[in-house]
Design a protein around this ligand. Structure first.
Ligand SMILES: [Cu+2]
Ligand SMILES: [Zn+2]
Length: 172
């Protein structure tokens, strides 16, 4: 099988994680992001278990330039054309919406913040989240929004329509 640039990137990311935390070929979970109706967002979000939490590495394309709300949602269901089937933010602690840097009492576990696309519509994200529990996210969804998450407006940061959605799975 031909190796696409994205696969090469994935191998490179795994090698980078290997240096820090150990990494074998299947030691991560992945959400393959597909566009909702009328949008073009696509790409991949990987989750690695690391010391101090979960490392989230995303590579996306097809976005409008600028910031986009980026969250884990509570239902692993991207079937609706607007992805409303994915439900609200993953919030096992019953906390208000907030920034990923906020304490657990002031953010949803699924609040990953914003992902910022350049003029070419491509976006990268690489952060270790200290609140996420690796074992708890399988079967949930990752959503990309049309607008910026303001970290303040309840219950979801006023980040607008859902432009991309993917279910978190073990790689096959
Ligand atoms: Cu969201
Ligand atoms: Zn939230």
């Amino acid at each position: 099988m031909r190796s696409s640039p994205r696969n090469v990137w994935g191998i490179a990311a795994c090698a980078a994680v290997l240096l820090l935390a150990g990494c074998n070929a299947k030691d991560y979970q992945v959400a393959r992001i597909a566009p909702t109706q009328g949008n073009n967002a696509k790409g991949e979000v990987r989750f690695y278990k690391v010391d101090g939490g979960v490392r989230v590495i995303a590579t996306l394309e097809g976005l409008m330039p600028g910031k986009h709300g980026f969250h884990i949602h509570e239902k692993g269901d991207c079937s609706a054309p607007d992805a409303m089937s994915a439900g609200g933010h993953f919030n096992p602690t019953g906390s208000p919406h907030g920034a990923p840097t906020a304490p657990p009492t002031a953010r949803h576990a699924g609040d990953l913040g914003n992902i910022e696309a350049g003029a070419d519509g491509k976006a990268n994200y690489d952060h270790v989240d200290s609140m996420l529990v690796y074992e708890s996210i399988t079967g949930l969804s990752v959503l990309i929004h049309a607008g910026e998450d303001d970290f303040t407006t309840q219950p979801s940061g006023n980040s607008g329509a859902r432009v991309g959605c993917g279910v978190i799975e073990k790689p096959r």
